[in-house]
Design a protein around this ligand. Structure first.
Ligand SMILES: [Zn+2]
Length: 131
């Protein structure tokens, strides 16, 4: 079995969405699951310690090209996710995707189109306009 398309996934979510049919319910679950993603990343830093966050002020001169900017702008991440944290964070991201998909279903928005539009925007805007 190949990877399901976003439309397949949306249909699947739609069938499962009996308990969370209310828009209000889905909105709060969507926010909650998004917060859980951030929390799982924070726990990889503070509980597990497999990655470290060393944040400093970003300084980058105007007029840099993409390659120069990639050299200069820091991610502030040190280390790599361990297997366990990768698993936990991936699960939370999937859960978040589930509720995002549920939200799209309730509002009759096609996720494939959302991705397509955003991708087009990325390719036309370029690096520094994505904020
Ligand atoms: Zn870890």
């Amino acid at each position: 079995m190949g990877t399901p398309s976003l439309q397949d996934f949306q249909d699947q979510v739609s069938e499962l969405l009996l308990r969370h049919r209310s828009l209000l319910d889905v909105l709060s679950k969507n926010g909650q699951s998004s917060a859980s993603v951030n929390r799982s990343v924070a726990k990889a830093i503070t509980d597990c310690g497999c990655i470290e966050l060393h944040a400093t002020k970003q300084t980058f001169a105007p007029g840099l090209n993409l390659e120069e900017a990639k050299e200069t702008v820091r991610t502030h991440v040190q280390g790599e996710l361990c297997e366990n944290c990768r698993e936990v964070i991936s699960t939370e991201l999937g859960r978040n995707l589930f509720y995002m998909s549920a939200l799209c279903n309730l509002l009759d928005i096609n996720m494939d189109e959302v991705v397509q539009k955003e991708s087009q925007k990325c390719s036309t805007l370029g690096l520094f306009n994505m904020s």
